[in-house]
Design a protein around this ligand. Sequence first.
Ligand SMILES: *[C@@H]1O[C@H](CO)[C@@H](O)[C@H](O)[C@H]1NC(C)=O
Ligand SMILES: *[C@@H]1O[C@H](CO)[C@@H](O)[C@H](O)[C@H]1NC(C)=O
Ligand SMILES: *[C@@H]1O[C@H](CO)[C@@H](O)[C@H](O)[C@H]1NC(C)=O
Ligand SMILES: *[C@@H]1O[C@H](CO)[C@@H](O)[C@H](O)[C@H]1NC(C)=O
Ligand SMILES: *[C@@H]1O[C@H](CO)[C@@H](O)[C@H](O)[C@H]1NC(C)=O
Ligand SMILES: *[C@@H]1O[C@H](CO)[C@@H](O)[C@H](O)[C@H]1NC(C)=O
Ligand SMILES: *[C@@H]1O[C@H](CO)[C@@H](O)[C@H](O)[C@H]1NC(C)=O
Length: 360
Amino acid sequence: MWLGSSSCSLIVRPYEQRTTSTMKLMTICFLSLAIGVGHSAAQEDTEDEIIKFKDFKKRHKKTYNGALERVHFRRWKRRKAIIDQHNENQRNSFILGDNAFADLSEEEWETYLLGVTIPKGFINNEAVVDVLAAGNVTNRQTTTPSLDLRTDPCMPPVKIQSPCGGCWAFIATTAVEYQTCATSNRTKIPLILSEQQMIDCSGSYGTKGCNGGFYTQAWDYIMAVGGQASNATYPYRAVAGTCNFTKDVTPVAGKLSRYASLAKNETAILLAMQRGPVAISVATNSRFTLYRSGIFDDDTCKNGTINHGLLLVGYGTTNGTDYWIVRNSWGTSWGMNGYIFMKRNVNICRLAEFAFLATI
Ligand SMILES: *[C@@H]1O[C@H](CO)[C@@H](O)[C@H](O)[C@H]1NC(C)=O
Ligand SMILES: *[C@@H]1O[C@H](CO)[C@@H](O)[C@H](O)[C@H]1NC(C)=O
Ligand SMILES: *[C@@H]1O[C@H](CO)[C@@H](O)[C@H](O)[C@H]1NC(C)=O
Ligand SMILES: *[C@@H]1O[C@H](CO)[C@@H](O)[C@H](O)[C@H]1NC(C)=O
Ligand SMILES: *[C@@H]1O[C@H](CO)[C@@H](O)[C@H](O)[C@H]1NC(C)=O
Ligand SMILES: *[C@@H]1O[C@H](CO)[C@@H](O)[C@H](O)[C@H]1NC(C)=O
Ligand SMILES: *[C@@H]1O[C@H](CO)[C@@H](O)[C@H](O)[C@H]1NC(C)=O
């Protein structure tokens, strides 16, 4: 059974936007799934599956007791079938894997892993689009054919947002970490700033803690209060709490002075990247969540609801295919050490639609 070929690929939506009809659709979806796999589910679990599930649990340090074991096994088994079928197809440019999320429900994916909510009425007005507004890039318009900030000393280690729908805070924070470090002559290394501060304190700018937000709202907050504390001062807890940042009292470790909206044009985005990582929003799907390696090229997400934020940290071309190097906030065990390559110049999963560059 091929999840992506039906509406069951389930483009997860922020809770706020989930309507009754969506819920109904989901129910129908799950029902048809259950019917679809009915005959195979009735088949006995093979010894091979049982061994592989044991290995899966061991790899991801998971333990379940009683009925839960069965629930997670069934989910994993369904996903594993999708993964194996995908990986057997030589024409696919990327590989899937049974990562730590492979036995979670779609609902858990949504609440633990995502968290971009485009503000109501937000229009990415191309009239404001001006790469130069974020700094002088004219002297670097000869862009390099490839760029990889993953190994830049200013790029912090990949982080883990889970279990919190706070991807927006992670993207916003890494942009500040990178820019603060890069403008300090790379003396502030490693700079690890506080996502928790954004999650707890930026509510009046439109964010909703672990229930979603948008990176520009977090930057608005940082610019208003004058900076961001370090993670050591204000540690990550993966749950929203009371704001414990006091202007002029809490030590500030990172700053930001402006950000610019970028044209929905991957050439413009590439140009902007000469000045640092670019924040983007995407519509994810199950193949994105189960991605392991290769160049992600999938058109089932192209009309999906935008629900996740990522950071562009590089680009390149391999065997004639242009790709972006994209940083996620799902830990290093996801994808390629926490990163994904996504096909470039095809607006994959809508990634060009809400691109922003923040600078100092
Ligand atoms: C941008 O750089 C160019 C070339 O170095 C220079 O002529 C121009 O004055 C700069 N513009 C600003 C706004 O700094
Ligand atoms: C960075 O280094 C350059 C050259 O060594 C120096 O001119 C500049 O003042 C330094 N900037 C900062 C912010 O330390
Ligand atoms: C941030 O702080 C939390 C809590 O102390 C810690 O678990 C986490 O590893 C820190 N993040 C980084 C990237 O160091
Ligand atoms: C608030 O932050 C300060 C450090 O800036 C810390 O000493 C204090 O324990 C924190 N309070 C709470 C309730 O987390
Ligand atoms: C994207 O921007 C580039 C450079 O500014 C321009 O040449 C190109 O026509 C634009 N593409 C689209 C589809 O607008
Ligand atoms: C996506 O949307 C476009 C424009 O609205 C439409 O032409 C296209 O058929 C849609 N594609 C899919 C796969 O739904
Ligand atoms: C590029 O193509 C060659 C030859 O077909 C293949 O061996 C190699 O793995 C490809 N590289 C990537 C990154 O896909």
